[in-house]
Ligand binder design. Structure first.
Ligand SMILES: NC(=O)c1ccc[n+]([C@@H]2O[C@H](COP(=O)([O-])OP(=O)(O)OC[C@H]3O[C@@H](n4cnc5c(N)ncnc54)[C@H](O)[C@@H]3O)[C@@H](O)[C@H]2O)c1
Length: 412
């Protein structure tokens, strides 16, 4: 500890007991008894060991590390998480000087698998990973969280309508919103991935009034990445030449990948590619069907590219957006510059400085065609909000009028 201070190193959370930590009370442990802990869940396996930092990790002590951040992940035993956690622990998202503590939430059924995930994290020997906690109680696992990534959701079973899925998953996200409200850091940033992610994020936000509304996001970065890939392929240019590629609206088949404002090497994509019919008739459905096309070929969901897009979404919030560019995130529409109905979670072009906050880019041109598509996605989200009015505090009761299945192919 003294050496840390002398070296001017910010004290990571609970350092020097950092390589430590455990399972939540009651977990059928293959490990030693859980330790008492400051945030209600105990650290797992090797993470619960204490050691004398003065005699170890001399190399690490030479480095100037920031204070440890707490990252909570729900659905942490699932497919997407099995890629994501390893990216987060490697430093590739929050930075090579940013220690992290994982608080991993699973369902009762996934607990054994969650322990397996924790064991793989142990074996990966990530210097930046200082704690791992696992369990099933969101009030334990979200405690003091700085970042929360909500992957856990009920899969749609055969015959289940979108309205039924909205209700089942809405109940999960109402409960998790309440838990965040009680125990998470007030400045906590929340990224919802579990589907239907825009409306799940809305329910979560509305049930967590202590947290800032602007800190709730639903993931549309995968759609943006897919749109960029299609533009690059069609133009015969590499991804790096693309900028201002935004996706508007819902993460569903009504999503609107925006080609009008997209740039390729600084020029309008519509001029570089030049085939209007392709944009209007092929581009959008190709982007929306990409997950289905991948499943057809390899019989598995697109967990890896989704995890990469989550990493991209988080990185975009903690690094400055390059001049003239933007990133897509579904965020709260309150006060938005495009006249979209307030009180929705709607994907829009955003820019960030680097501190987790963002602003909505206000200079995108919306022509009649784009406006019509954006309005259709907005109307869908208004209907989804009506369907879950019983899960939103103080919302007037409303009828559920969703009839279309707009779930993206390839997503459960
Ligand atoms: N927004 C996007 O771009 C995007 C892309 C792909 C997938 N998704 C969605 O992400 C979600 C996760 O996908 P996956 O492939 O990892 O699914 P998965 O089924 O492999 O994993 C989900 C995990 O969540 C757990 N879980 C269920 N309910 C839970 C709860 N209440 N609390 C904690 N854990 C819970 C399950 O037990 C399971 O382990 C799905 O809803 C999927 O549709 C979104």
């Amino acid at each position: 500890m003294d050496m840390l201070r002398r070296a001017g190193v910010a004290e990571p959370h609970r350092w020097p007991q950092a390589m430590m930590a455990a399972t939540e009370q009651g977990w059928p442990a293959a490990t030693a008894a859980p330790l008492a802990s400051s945030n209600g869940a105990d650290s797992y396996g090797v993470f619960k060991l204490s050691y004398d930092v003065r005699n170890e990790d001399q190399e690490l002590l030479q480095k100037v590390w920031k204070s440890c951040i707490r990252v909570a992940v729900s659905g942490a035993a699932g497919n997407i998480s099995s890629h994501l956690l390893f990216m987060l622990a490697s430093g590739g998202v929050f930075g090579m000087d940013q220690p992290v503590s994982f608080q991993l939430l699973g369902s009762e059924e996934s607990l054994l698998k969650l322990e397996g995930v924790a064991m793989e994290l142990e074996d990966s020997l990530y210097p930046l990973l200082r704690e791992v906690r696992i369990g099933t109680d969101p009030r334990n696992l979200f405690k003091d969280a700085d970042w929360v990534i909500l992957l856990g959701a009920h899969p749609r079973t055969p015959g289940m309508t979108r309205a039924e899925l909205l209700d089942i998953n809405g109940q999960i996200f109402r409960e998790q919103g309440r838990a965040l409200d009680e125990v998470a850091s007030r400045d906590c940033k929340v990224l919802v991935v579990g589907n239907p992610c825009n409306t799940n994020a809305l329910i979560c936000m509305e049930n967590a009034p202590r947290l800032r509304r602007e800190n709730f996001h639903a993931l549309t970065r995968l759609d943006e990445n897919r749109a960029k890939c299609q533009l690059a392929l069609r133009a015969g240019r590499f991804y790096t030449s693309l900028s201002r590629v935004a996706v508007w609206g819902n993460h569903s088949t009504t999503q609107v990948p925006d080609f009008l404002n997209a740039r390729i090497a600084g020029e309008p994509a519509v001029d570089v590619i030049g085939v209007e019919r392709w944009f209007r008739e092929e581009f959008t459905p190709t982007v929306a069907n990409r997950g289905g096309a991948i499943i057809e070929r390899c019989s598995r969901s697109t967990a890896a590219s989704t995890a990469v897009s989550i990493a991209d979404a988080l990185k975009s919030l903690v690094t400055p957006t390059p001049e003239g560019d933007c990133f897509s995130s579904a965020v709260c529409t309150d006060g938005n510059p495009y006249g979209i109905a307030e009180g929705l979670i709607f994907s829009m072009p955003c820019r960030s400085k680097d501190d987790g906050r963002y602003e909505i880019v206000d200079d995108f041109v919306i022509d009649e065609w784009l406006d019509e598509k954006i309005t259709a996605s907005e109307e869908e989200l208004l209907k989804e909000r009506a369907c879950v009015s019983h899960l939103i505090p103080n919302a007037p009761p409303a009828a559920c009028e969703i009839t279309l299945d707009t779930m993206l192919p390839g997503e459960i």
